[in-house]
Design a protein. Structure first.
Length: 59
């Protein structure tokens, strides 16, 4: 195998890995954003019990 063929093959392999890393990075960033939104919603849901006046059975 000539040096030019090895260089081309190496370049193709690196292009594939760069593409895979970009795809995985996009997935990880998307999952992180979704978890952040989910956590924020869960935090806000907990504030519903803070108002004792909203409890109907308290005299």
């Amino acid at each position: 195998m000539s040096a030019a063929e090895q260089a081309a093959e190496s370049e193709d392999l690196m292009e594939f890995f760069n593409s895979a890393v970009d795809t995985l990075q996009t997935i990880v960033v998307g999952l992180g954003g979704a978890l952040c939104v989910w956590g924020g919603i869960n935090l806000l849901e907990g504030y519903g019990q803070d108002n004792p006046g909203s409890n109907a059975h308290v005299p």
